[in-house]
Every structure is written in structure tokens, then in C-alpha cells.
Write a protein that binds this ligand. Sequence first.
Ligand SMILES: [Zn+2]
Length: 301
Amino acid sequence: MKTKFALLLGALLLATTAHARLNIVVTTPDLASIAKEVGGDKVEITTLARPTEDPHFVDAKPSFIVKLNRADALIEGGADLEIGWLPALLTGARNAKIQSGQPGRILGNAGVVMLEVPTTLTRAEGDIHPLGNPHYVIDPVNAKIVAAHLADAFAKLDSAGAEAYRANAKKFTDALDAKLAEWTAKLAPFKGAKVVSYHNSWPYFAARYGLTMNIFLEPKPGIPPSPAHLASVIARMKEENARVIIVDPYLNRKTAQTVARSTDATVVDVAQMPGGVKGADSYIALEDYLVNSLAAALEKK
Ligand SMILES: [Zn+2]
């Protein structure tokens, strides 16, 4: 009887081990899409923010605490993008595996060269980019850096899967390399073209494709546009011949339309999160959408 029980227990344990997938919680859908590519069927990915939600201001539900409590790992942006909502959830989750410094706490921006890092750390006037611009995932070169880092981080947590993680990351990277040549060629005719954005979340994208994106509807990241600021934006757009305004799904499209009417500009709906615009559910599909819709809008002007 005892032997039979031991055998049964052994079989059960074996079954659990064979099917144990890493349970990974990711703060935002962009990092989650790369985590899925790298983790494949060896990981279970739970994403906290919705693709149409402002990643700075996510509606932190109590269910997130349960998800974080059960996680083997947490992937976060790493540049204070989630500082407004993640810390309280982590305190509530009481999960030693995902505390800072643990292998289960994975920073998406490891190895990424951050842009707009201020020389002095300040949140003066409510600026929500105190550690540099946190919207780096949208540059495909950064996505490759993220994929390589995730493969290493997953391998540390699950050495048996190391080879698979690295192979998956390579496959994703190769696909990105092929597309990057196409994207770069598509936007090449518009080098230096001015694109106005609502929030300053596009400097990595602009730098990658040679666009100029230095006019924002927000006077500072996170500060709503005032009439006086919008008047100065309209004047600058006319002066610098900027004719395209991009708006993320969670920002005020009406404000963008008002400015567009005064400047004869086109408003283009964009997103940095896969699933944030219709039909762009993967990282590559989203970048395709962005490059094509911007090229079309700039072509018209
Ligand atoms: Zn931001």
C-alpha cells in the first residue's frame, strides 16, 4: 500500500514538473508580446495593462495582487513607467520571488540606451518621465535587445528551457531584421518630416526612422494641454510645416482634431501596444501598421 502510494505520488510530481510552465506577469502588452515570442509554450503570460490603456495610469484592480502573488516572475519597463500603480500592488502581493534584485524581477530596459535622461532627477511640474523616456519598446532595435534579455532571464529561472528560449529569441530577432529593412525603406522618403504627438512617447521611433517629433500637445509629459500651450503649438506647426498629428487610444482625440483643423493637419490613430489599434495584435503587425499609416499620411502632405 505504502509503495503504491509512493509510486502514485511520484507519478503526480512528475506530471506536475512536466507541465510546469513559468508563470510570468507582465506590466504592459508591448513587453508581453515579446515575452510570448521568447517564452513560447514554456511560459504562461498574464498582462496587467490593457492595450488601450495609458501605461502611466493603469486601473490597478485587486485581482492584480492575486496574479502577482502567484507569479514566478514579473517583467516591468524599468524606467518608472509604472511607478504610479505598480508599487502598491507589489506590497500587497507579498511575493519574495518578484522583489527587486531577485531573478524573478525582470527589467525590460536592461541593455537599452535610454533617451532624454535628465541630468538632475526631478518630478518638477508633474513630469512623469523622471528617469528618461520610458517608451522604448516601439523601436525594433530595442525590441531585439529586450528579446535577448528575456531569453537570458527565463533561462535563469528554467535552465531546462534555456535552449528553447534562445532559439525563440533568435527567430523573433531574425523576423524583425527582415521587416526592419522594409520599414526603414518605406519611411526613408520622409527623412526629417515633422510629426506632432500628443504625449512624448515617440522619440525612439522617431530616431529609428529619421522623423522629427519635437512638438507635443501636452506642455510636459502627463500635463494636460492648456489653451495657451495649444495656441503656441498651432503657431509652431504652421511655421515649421508640420501636418501630421498622432494620437494614442487613451488620449484626447478631440483636442488633436481641434489643432488639426487650425493647421490643415491629418490626425493619425496610433498605439504602442499590440492590440491598441484594430488588426495589429502582434509586435510586428503593430510596427507594420505604424509605418504604413505614417507613410500614407506624410505622402498626402
Ligand atoms: Zn510617457
